[in-house]
Design a protein. Sequence first.
Length: 317
Amino acid sequence: MRARELLTRGGPVLGLVLVSAFFGVLVGPQFFSPGNLELIARQTAIVGTAALGMTLIIAAAGIDLSVGSVISLSTVVIALVLRRAASPAAAAALGVGAAALCGLATGLLVTGLRVVPFIVTLGMMLLVRGAAKGLADERRIEAPVTWLNDLLRTHALGGGILLPTGIWILIVMALLVAGVLRYTRFGRHLLAIGSNERTARLCGVRVEACKIAVYTISAALAGLAGVMQFAKLSVGDPTVAVGLELDVIAAVIIGGGSLLGGRGTVFGTLVGAVLMTVIQIGCSQRGLPNWVQQIVTGGVIVAAVALDRWRQGAHGA
């Protein structure tokens, strides 16, 4: 059992090392060049930021399929606000705010209708994506160049090179989410709900309020990921991030989260996000066609679910 526990805890890191080595052999030494590592870090900032919120939701035995749509809506809102000569900070705040409203609506529907989150968020995925396309008139929206465009760019300072601002934002958000899960009453309540909702309710946990809060917070983090997505593209795109929610969910499960709830770690989630990004970029740089990338990604998601079931079986034993 100790060996299985060690494999469970160290599995994500071991998997990342093996996958990185595999693509290092396929692509060549340039796969580990500073420029390529920076590219991986920039993409991880988007997936990882959204995955932080998903970690909270999955810890509470929920799920959110609307993450990709929320990210696209955030980029559209930011571009529209910037075109009205508003400040970049206001545009980013409104983009995150619009995302948070989507999460609030999801939380209210999940708790009010008492429908499984999978169905509610599936509907929200289509609803939010449609809203993004309607606001953008089904086209990309060009926006003025501001400091938002530099969030995922490296800046030279003296003799050293600093990390892009977006990476620092991800690090700060990861520390905050880890602190919430580990040291706050809210985090303990989420884990209690995920472990046994009925028992948590009997112990006085305000289950409905916690669910509404966690979906709102998660959507706000997805909106922040949308800010980084906008920084990467420099346009508002209602068609961006299609299917990204699968990468986000897989990152959480690979990192030690459980679809049955009650468990999740921020460090593991970030390792899972890096792993999903390495697979995507490695396949692209190797020149593999899109359908091969989709097969590889799908295989990783199935393997992540199988790993989750294996962990549950080991825990039950």
